[in-house]
Design a binder for this molecule. Structure first.
Ligand code: ADP
Length: 398
């Protein structure tokens, strides 16, 4: 079956058409600047040239119609007609406490997703638009929602409750939800297979380090803790997000900089993290180049990141009373041996050693711990689109 995977944002939309039997990507691309002047679609068929078409897309309806036209285009399309799309899998950011796993989209499911909009006001409404438009354009094709939060719903109360008045949890559902769940689920499962662990007796820590970063503790295949919280702002230092800070800084900076709440939140989400600390860039490649040239702020940003990751890893070893494997994934985790090495340099007390040669790996599945290491350390590339396609197939065929 061919599955169209859609990740619909407020002004952009990423898509992949995946053959769920062979797991081959038939075509992929993205629509940018939806609803803004200068919108364009990028389309790349497997083994073919990338095509960029500039065309007005006032709403998501035009954008998704253009995706469907590109996929079925006589010249460079990869399917003859939409009848060859068996299902659509949608990334949905927030499933609150309602969704503990993926779901087939029904009117009821749409309503339940809408009820989570308050928790992710920038993302969920856009995800819902994607679902609505696909349902309209392909009324007979099943749609599935795959949630970023679902994998983390197994966390116990001691991991998800904050030290706040309990009414905030009871009335407003203020709690840790965690994000990147599709990636943490995919990578932790693959780690168990790849490293030959016993799924029902395994303790795995997944470090998803990309533009956004989060770490999770996965015991016997179930998430027991994760670093992101009510929103993706909590946890380790990220590209532009601060990660965890003293909450009192919000008021202090508001007064010093004469900012309102929205202004401070904008700083914490968009102007902090590696970008803000270094004053150079949110991108690890630029940061490394600046550090190599002697930029002290860039060097410190890298040190703060690695130290912070190591402290969470140490905490999760305590949470699970042990660890079998530590796994790195996403843009930084998969490609930057220096970061992996620095993080692991704090973990000697666990008997972690690194094989320097193996750690040169970029973007491939590989064990990087030394032969004598008491804990396995590995790189496992994440693939959220494939994970969504697998979930979609599982639900549609059930
Ligand atoms: P997103 O959260 O947007 O999916 P990614 O997982 O693509 O992000 O990660 C982006 C980060 O990965 C950036 O900091 C980027 O610099 C870093 N990255 C990706 N490839 C490399 C590479 N080859 N070398 C160094 N850093 C890389």
């Amino acid at each position: 079956m061919n599955i169209l995977v859609i990740n619909c944002g407020s002004s952009s939309l990423k898509y992949q058409l995946i053959n769920s039997d062979t797991e081959a990507v038939l075509a992929k691309g993205l629509c940018e600047r939806i609803g803004i002047e200068g919108s364009q679609i990028t389309y790349q068929p497997a083994g073919g040239e990338k095509e960029v078409t500039v065309s007005p897309m006032p709403t998501h309806t035009q954008a998704i119609q253009m995706v469907l036209d590109a996929l079925t285009n006589k010249k460079s399309g990869v399917i003859a007609s939409l009848a060859e799309v068996g299902a659509v899998g949608h990334r949905v950011v927030h499933g609150g406490e309602k969704f503990t796993s993926s779901t087939v989209i029904t009117d009821e499911a749409m309503k339940a997703i809408e009820e989570c909009n308050d928790l992710a006001p920038l993302h969920n409404p856009a995800n819902l638009i994607g679902i609505r438009v696909c349902s309209e354009l392909m009324p007979n094709v099943p749609q599935v929602g795959v949630f970023d939060t679902a994998f983390h719903q197994t966390m116990p109360a001691k991991a998800y409750l904050y030290g706040l008045p309990i009414e905030y949890y009871k009335n407003y559902k203020v709690r840790r939800y965690g994000f990147h769940g599709t990636s943490h689920s995919f990578v932790s499962k693959r780690a168990v297979e790849f490293l030959g662990l016993d799924k029902d007796n395994s303790k795995v820590i997944v470090c998803h380090l990309g533009n956004g970063s989060s770490i999770s503790a996965v015991q016997n295949g179930k998430c027991v803790d994760t670093t992101m919280g009510l929103t993706p702002l909590e946890g380790v230092v990220m590209g532009t997000r601060s990660g965890s800070i003293d909450p009192a800084i919000v008021e202090y900076i508001a007064k010093k900089e004469n900012l309102d709440l929205a202004g401070v939140m904008n700083v914490l989400n968009k102007k902090s993290g590696l970008q803000g600390m270094s004053g150079v860039s949110s991108d690890m490649r630029d940061l490394r180049a600046a550090a190599a040239e002697g930029n002290e702020d860039a060097k410190n940003a890298i040190e703060v990141l690695c130290y912070g990751i190591a402290k969470y890893v140490g905490g999760y070893v305590a949470a699970m009373n042990g660890v079998d494997a530590i796994v790195f994934t996403a843009g930084i985790g998969e490609n930057v041996g220096m970061i992996r090495e620095k993080v692991c340099s704090y973990l000697g007390f666990l008997g972690v050693t690194i094989d320097a040669k193996a750690n040169e790996a970029m973007g491939e599945e590989v064990v990087i711990s030394g032969a004598d290491s008491k804990v396995k350390v590995a790189v496992i590339p994440t693939n959220e689109e494939l994970a969504i396609a697998r979930e979609t197939k599982r639900l549609v065929e059930a």
